[in-house]
Design a protein around this ligand. Structure first.
Ligand code: LLP
Length: 425
């Protein structure tokens, strides 16, 4: 029997013929809760976080989980309980972190398009820092803060113009991207911020992209940001913290990104060499904390052999797991119960009425209708990007801790979806 590659080991592994998450058999969860079903390993999240903590041992660092990767309350709770801060990008995300009792002063607010209402709510909640992305935003934030009799803590997101060598849709630190303030305009922008009465400059930040699997783009970005800190401080604006963003990749298809601790040991050596070793640091990892901790379980509905292609039609679709349709992303697909026998090449597709609705292409599988499959590495940017397209309810979610399984989100019903809509009388 050929053994498929299982990203997320050791928290996901076959015991005999059955795939387990920690000490729970995944097929048992699928039977109890139905499919499509997201299942997460708490131990996997904790061990991903521990790798960062090891890398930063003895340093003054705030890890702010970029919750856009997975924003369900039960997942946020794991990171809040571990003392993490959060990187948010909307008023909705702010409500979520407050709902899990996270410390507001450890929250940073990123994103190019914050509204006045979002700024007000975040100021009133007492968040730690606004990561500002344009001069226009600086002016508005200053006005909003003054109207509340406050001064908003700000960091300016700089665009270091380095190539993260990742998919173009998730590369954010190049000149042509909408993100951050251009390298050349950074000093002027800091001077402007320092003179606005409603602002208090506290930091600098960058984020160059996502699913980065090499060390070099990080080292380049760090050098460019530190050059800017040199220049900004020389111009008389002190920078208290430096935030290096997120972006570290995970294993989807035998990818081998650096381990968080190894990466940060290297980066900290560079930071020390440049004389910034004592500075308060922040990072905003998302995918690398949760991506390999989750799977999406799905049932095979029909096999549809064809002249050119064989289709394996499953009950999870692009609305549940949009990454393949959006980025041609690869997710490993494995059976919950392994069987011997000949494999056939299938395109694994969902029920949504779009040709773009596929989960995996050209996959060698030995499957029958009724079998259960796991879409691996589905802990990040899958459930959090799910939609209701085709009026499909969003999947349920389960968090596993050892041999315990907790339902952290029930399956969405059609009534849930129609709540808030009304007929015209
Ligand atoms: N900080 C900022 C400002 C960001 O924009 C992001 C992600 C992060 C931190 C976290 O990056 P991470 O550590 O997760 O790479 N939906 C895409 C990924 C979009 C990433 C957006 N920004 C995907 O499914 O691949």
């Amino acid at each position: 029997m050929n053994v498929p590659h299982i990203p997320g080991a050791p928290h996901f592994a076959y015991r005999g013929t059955h795939l387990y998450i920690e000490d729970v058999r995944l097929s048992d969860l699928a039977r109890v809760h139905g499919t499509p079903l997201y299942v997460y390993s708490k131990a996997s999240m904790q061990s991903a976080l521990a790798a960062y903590q090891r890398g930063f041992a003895g340093r003054n660092v705030q890890i702010c989980y970029a919750m856009k990767a997975s924003s369900s309350l039960g997942v946020l709770q794991v990171f809040a309980q571990a003392g993490c801060g959060f990187d948010i990008v909307s008023g909705g995300e702010l409500q979520r972190v407050l709902a899990v009792g996270a410390a507001a002063d450890k929250v940073i607010f990123s994103g190019v398009g914050k509204t006045r209402a979002e700024m007000r709510d975040a100021l009133e909640a007492g968040i730690g820092c606004f990561n500002v992305e344009s001069e226009g935003e600086l002016e508005v934030l200053s006005e909003v803060a003054l109207a509340l009799g406050m001064r908003a803590p700000v960091s300016i997101r700089v665009n270091p113009n380095v190539d993260p060598k990742t998919h173009p849709y998730i590369s954010t630190g190049l000149k042509g991207n909408k993100f951050g303030v251009a390298h050349e305009r950074t000093l002027q922008t800091y001077q402007r911020a320092a003179n606005l009465p409603g602002l208090r400059v506290v930091g600098i930040d960058c984020h160059i992209g996502s699913q980065i699997t090499e060390e070099e783009p990080y080292l380049d970005a760090m050098d460019r940001v530190l050059d800017l800190v040199d220049a900004i401080e020389a111009a008389g604006v002190p920078i208290q913290h430096i935030d290096f963003g997120g972006g570290l990749g995970i294993d989807y298809n035998e990818d081998t990104p650096p381990e968080a601790d190894a990466l940060w040991s290297r980066l900290l050596m560079r930071l020390d060499a440049r004389g910034y070793g004592d500075r308060h640091l922040m990072i905003e990892p998302g995918r690398s904390l949760v991506g390999n901790a989750g799977v999406c379980l799905t049932e095979v509905l029909y096999l549809k052999p064809g002249e050119h292609k064989n289709f394996c039609i499953v009950d999870a679709a692009m609305n549940d797991l949009p990454r393949p349709a959006m980025y041609q992303a690869f997710h490993q697909i494995v059976p919950l119960e392994r069987r011997g026998g000949e494999t056939i090449s299938f395109d694994v597709v969902g029920p949504v009425c779009e040709s773009g609705d596929w989960i995996g292409r050209d996959r060698a599988l030995h499957v029958h209708a009724g079998d259960l499959l796991a879409v691996m590495s589905a802990g990040a940017y899958c459930m959090s990007m799910a939609s209701n397209y085709n009026t499909r309810g969003r999947a349920a979610e389960v968090l596993v801790d050892g041999n315990q399984a907790h339902l952290i989100r029930r399956r969405e019903t059609a009534a849930d979806q129609m709540r808030g809509e009304s007929l015209v009388n």
